[in-house]
Design a protein around this ligand. Structure first.
Ligand SMILES: NC(=O)c1ccc[n+]([C@@H]2O[C@H](COP(=O)([O-])OP(=O)(O)OC[C@H]3O[C@@H](n4cnc5c(N)ncnc54)[C@H](OP(=O)(O)O)[C@@H]3O)[C@@H](O)[C@H]2O)c1
Length: 267
């Protein structure tokens, strides 16, 4: 019962992987705080867990002041923080040539700066508790994916930022790790920004054939408990990282083949 009475903060816990993490943490006896931009979605989550073990807070992680207020409120509510999971994230789908720069900036602000803000503000608590900071990154952080320039760059930046923080904290007793899910069933592709920085409102992929958010959450909690350095999920995800490391030119061709048909980006 590693998580019993631990205080865990999960950003973006109202959907997908974050929601599965919140539910699994609660069922493991943790006290959980989560945030999201849409209060109604948070409120629906709270309706399923009306007791004091779940604290919900409307915050946009791309806003520094929101992140500060959120972390301060969690400490007021629960008195300490043992685990921060930087999960809130957004994707995009448009080739660089067509993309409004606003799309790339929005993705970077949420995925990269959201992780930086929350990690920075939580640091004194994590040092005190000798706890764990996690980044929910992506295979795209190891191997850039077409149509996802801002997303891939944001996740590579998250990996790098957390690698530095991990090294700085190596003798502190705290752990820093980044996990890289492969394709996982969630709302991320519906919410992904199009070339005009608007949600694309559909998924171009077969969501049913992916890892479930619940299974992904189980792997993440197991890795936190084992105080791992990093975790890459799914066979396809591991293969992409391996191929890109040892056969990068071939990986370019294979990735291109996966995402394009007749010269058009189809995924
Ligand atoms: N699903 C995949 O295939 C996959 C693969 C690799 C990595 N990941 C990563 O896993 C993480 C979770 O993604 P998911 O697939 O579970 O996506 P999702 O189903 O779209 O859920 C995203 C969650 O983040 C919240 N969120 C988005 N922008 C936010 C912001 N600015 N401030 C606060 N909360 C925000 C959303 O709530 P609101 O919209 O209400 O803010 C929602 O609760 C992301 O970091 C993603 O990059 C996912």
């Amino acid at each position: 019962m590693y998580f019993k009475d631990k205080v865990a903060v999960v950003t973006g816990g109202s959907d997908g992987i974050g929601k599965a993490l919140v539910q699994l943490l609660l069922s493991n006896g943790a006290k959980v705080a989560t945030c999201g931009r849409n209060y109604d979605k948070l409120y629906q989550l709270k309706a399923f867990h009306p007791n004091d073990d779940l604290f919900i807070y409307a915050a946009d992680v791309s806003k520094e002041a929101d992140c500060k207020k959120f972390i301060d409120e969690v400490v007021k509510q629960f008195g300490k923080i043992d685990v921060l999971i930087n999960n809130a994230g957004i994707s995009m789908r448009a080739e660089v040539a067509d993309t409004d720069l606003e799309t790339i900036k929005r993705v970077m602000d949420i995925n990269f700066w959201g992780t930086v803000y929350c990690s920075k503000f939580v640091l004194p608590e994590i040092l005190r508790s000798k706890g764990t900071i996690v980044g929910v990154s992506s295979v795209a952080g190891f191997r850039g994916l077409p149509g996802r320039s801002g997303y891939s760059a944001s996740k590579a930046a998250v990996n790098s930022f957390l690698e530095v923080l991990r090294t700085e904290l190596l003798e502190s007793g705290a752990n820093v790790m980044w996990v890289c899910p492969g394709f996982t069933t969630s709302n991320i592709r519906n919410a992904a920004l199009n070339k005009d920085a608007k949600p694309q409102g559909e998924t171009p992929m077969d969501e049913g054939s992916m890892m479930s958010a619940e299974e992904c959450a189980q792997h993440i909690l197991h890795a936190i408990e084992k105080r791992k350095r990093t975790l890459v999920l799914t066979f396809t995800g591991k293969r992409a990282v391996f191929m890109n490391r040892f056969f990068p030119s071939l990986a370019d061709k294979l990735v291109r083949k996966f995402f394009y048909k007749d010269g058009k980006l189809v995924k």
